[in-house]
Design a protein around this ligand. Structure first.
Ligand SMILES: NC(=O)c1ccc[n+]([C@@H]2O[C@H](COP(=O)([O-])OP(=O)(O)OC[C@H]3O[C@@H](n4cnc5c(N)ncnc54)[C@H](O)[C@@H]3O)[C@@H](O)[C@H]2O)c1
Length: 281
């Protein structure tokens, strides 16, 4: 039997679901927790159908302190140890530094920051007693880039990034044999990202189309024979992006960025295509 306890907060959908399946394939026993009980139970059934006895679901609101204590007690009782813990639960609501409400801000902190705080406060001891392990905190490129329309999300992930460093150093200084890392992913097609795109005013069915249009415009721009057509199409695309930013009352930076990007597109063409220079003479 593979004695490898693995727990994941907020794992019933998107990246958590994919991680759980990958870990089961690697031979781990996984404990999936999520506030969405129905999705969690479905995933538990699917994983156990794939590898009998590999998955166990516990309903959990990751912002509840008492529930974390119960979850770890159950993992200790059932599996005797914990070696990998992924803090994955997430949410995102559109809101800029001026439009986000305090309630939205606190909701993001509860789901993504309180959860990491509580998971580590009560989970490190169990991992240490299990001989060591790895804590993985799901972060985002938002921590480095700062997304004004996802202001509360950016704040919560920024805190997690700093907490990850403190946790890693704490475990190392105490010789716990427990690592702690954060993963800073860009945009990945999951239910959370679909919801955020819909809030920008686009239906889910349009998401792939929007990506394909951008790809085609960029390819046309890159090939010298079609570069002028590509630049014209990219300008139209960026006009649409600018209109979306205005609609969601994004910061002036986001609005101006689309305009500056269009200038860079045409400036680049001016530098590499003598026909454009000739035309402007
Ligand atoms: N998808 C991306 O592009 C992307 C990029 C960077 C980082 N991330 C991060 O990866 C993680 C997973 O995101 P995803 O895209 O798979 O989203 P997702 O919406 O598919 O999954 C998030 C899960 O968290 C659960 N959850 C929400 N609130 C909870 C709570 N209070 N208690 C317990 N569970 C709760 C949801 O039920 C859901 O199953 C998140 O932390 C997200 O910020 C995602």
């Amino acid at each position: 039997m593979v004695c490898r306890g693995w727990s994941r907060g907020g794992a019933a959908s998107g990246l958590g679901k994919a991680d759980a399946a990958a870990l089961v394939q690697e031979g781990a026993k996984v404990v999936i927790t999520d506030i969405n009980e129905q999705a969690g139970r479905e995933l538990e059934r699917a994983l156990n159908a794939m590898t009998p006895g590999s998955a166990f679901f516990l309903a959990q609101d990751v912002s509840s302190e008492s529930r974390w204590q119960e979850v770890f007690a159950e993992i200790r009782r059932r599996f005797g140890g914990l070696h990998i813990m992924v803090n994955n639960a997430g949410m995102v609501v559109i809101g800029t530094p001026e439009s986000a409400t305090l309630e939205q801000f606190h909701a993001h902190l509860r789901v993504m920051t309180d959860s990491v705080f509580l998971a580590c406060k009560y989970g490190i001891g169990l991992m240490k007693d299990s001989g060591g392990g790895s804590i993985i905190n799901m972060c985002s490129t938002a921590t480095h880039l700062g997304y004004p329309v996802f202001y509360a999300y950016t704040a919560a992930k920024g805190a997690v990034r700093s907490m990850t460093k403190a946790i890693a150093v704490h475990c190392q200084m105490n010789h716990y044999n427990v690592r702690c890392n954060s993963i800073h992913a860009g945009a990945i097609d999951t239910p959370m990202v679909v919801k955020a795109t819909q809030e920008l005013g686009y239906p889910e069915s349009a998401i792939v189309g929007i990506g394909v249009v951008l790809l085609v415009c960029t390819l046309l721009y890159l090939f010298p024979r079609t570069s002028i057509l590509g630049a014209i199409l990219l300008t139209g695309y960026l006009g649409g992006a600018l209109a979306s930013q205005v609609r969601v009352q994004a910061s002036w930076f986001n609005v101006v960025f689309a305009f500056v990007f269009a200038c860079v597109v045409w400036g680049g063409l001016w530098l590499r295509d003598p026909r454009v220079r000739q035309f402007l003479r």
